[in-house]
Design a protein around this ligand. Structure first.
Ligand code: MUC
Ligand code: MG
Length: 376
């Protein structure tokens, strides 16, 4: 009996600290290691499904920290799920919703582990359980975020040479706007006119600064501007969206699909960054994509510097979206000194591959997980 064999026996969370190859800077945080919460869901048949929650330097990019995610899973989400059929994904999401409000990253990590466990039990990739893949590879952007243009040029050239990435997202807002523009000018002249550059301001600029600075971004042929103003300043974002010649990418301004509908209705941007940390689950991420599309908003496959585990969960759901106009940015596995899986996701010809095999298509590297697990 498949339903009984795949009842949820246990849900365990482990905090992981995974060093990065270099410092990664954002307007509001800076990291030298990635904080993850690894989730293992054991089913009655003995199969263990894995999922991952990602954070950026504590509760700064979003309100969840590794500690809060660990506590939400251990004390609230796990008790709500134990004994339930793992393959009742929607019902399990409802149960998690009743057990905890928001806590999106925690819920998404658990749901990822359920899809992995059920996929392994059925011999099916998670993408098949999510409607079936319409693509098996996705163009993948690299983020330049050391703040040192000399280092960044070198890094970008290496990615181009290896044919891993040909589009770059430049993190702005941790420096003065003048320094940001100067750095961008150096990157543009060093990389040439043909390389696609997008920028992520991570909420750092005011409306007035945007009005003043966007013409310079236009001159540098920036293709997309991500979340220039604070997430809560929706009207300001809408006014900027109406006057800019560069499309705005909505990131922190919309976590839930309902928030997305609100910002879309007042015209805050024309592209949306899909992330499990915002949607709180794979099924919910698909619904967010539907909301975006119904408003004519294009889709961008966002990340929060996940390891191959979290990237695989995103790839499983991204692969099923009929449209994904801007590709993805799941460079996370390549910014870690050591990934958490035996076979990291494959980056080839400027694309990231949807891993094959059942569930999320990845296998934990238990030695590395043990080495990077935070000692309590
Ligand atoms: C963000 O705001 O998009 C994703 C890539 C990166 O460099 O930062 C993250 C979060
Ligand atoms: Mg962003």
């Amino acid at each position: 009996d498949l339903l009984r064999d795949t009842l949820i026996r246990s849900v365990k969370a482990t905090i992981i600290e995974a060093p990065t190859v270099r410092q990664h800077k954002l307007s509001n945080t800076e990291i030298a290691y990635q904080g993850f919460v690894l989730v293992r869901v054991q089913l009655e048949n003995g199969v263990v499904g894995v999922g991952e929650a990602s954070t950026l330097g504590g509760p700064r990019w979003a309100e969840e920290s590794v500690e809060s995610i660990w506590a939400a899973i251990t004390h609230y989400l796990a008790p709500a799920l134990i004994g339930q059929p793992a393959m009742h994904f929607e019902a399990n999401a409802v149960r998690m919703g009743k057990a905890a409000t928001r806590n999106f990253s925690a819920k998404a990590a658990v749901e990822s582990a359920l899809f992995d466990g059920v996929g392994h039990s059925l011999g099916l990739p998670a993408s098949a359980l999510l409607g079936g893949a319409v693509r098996d590879r996705i163009g993948v952007i690299w983020a330049l975020a050391s703040g040192d243009p000399v280092q960044e040029l070198e890094e970008a050239r290496e990615k181009l040479r290896l044919r891993q990435h040909k589009e770059f997202k430049i993190k702005l807002g941790f420096n003065t706007p003048e320094a940001d523009i100067k750095r961008l000018q150096q990157l543009r002249s060093g990389l040439g006119d043909d390389v696609k550059l997008i920028v992520d301001v991570n909420q750092a600029w005011s409306e007035a600064q945007c009005i003043r600075l966007f013409p310079a971004l236009d001159e540098l042929d920036v293709a997309l501007i991500e979340q220039p103003v604070p997430a809560s300043q929706r009207e300001a974002m809408a006014r900027i969206a109406a006057r800019t010649r560069i499309p705005l990418l909505i990131d922190e301004a919309a976590f839930t699909k309902e928030e997305l509908a609100s910002v879309a209705a007042i015209g805050c941007g024309s592209v949306y960054s899909l992330k499990l940390v915002k949607s709180g689950g794979l099924l919910e991420l698909k619904r967010a994509a539907g909301v975006a599309q119904s408003f004519g908003i294009e889709l961008y496959g966002g990340c929060l510097l996940e390891s191959s585990i979290g990237a695989a969960a995103h790839m499983a759901v991204f692969s099923t979206l009929p449209k994904l106009e801007w590709g993805s940015e799941h460079f996370g596995p390549r910014i870690l000194v050591d990934d958490l899986v035996e076979e990291p996701l494959v980056f080839e010809e400027f694309e990231i591959r949807l891993p094959q095999g059942p569930g999320l298509g990845i296998a934990l590297d238990e030695d590395r997980v043990r080495a990077m697990a935070r000692r309590k």
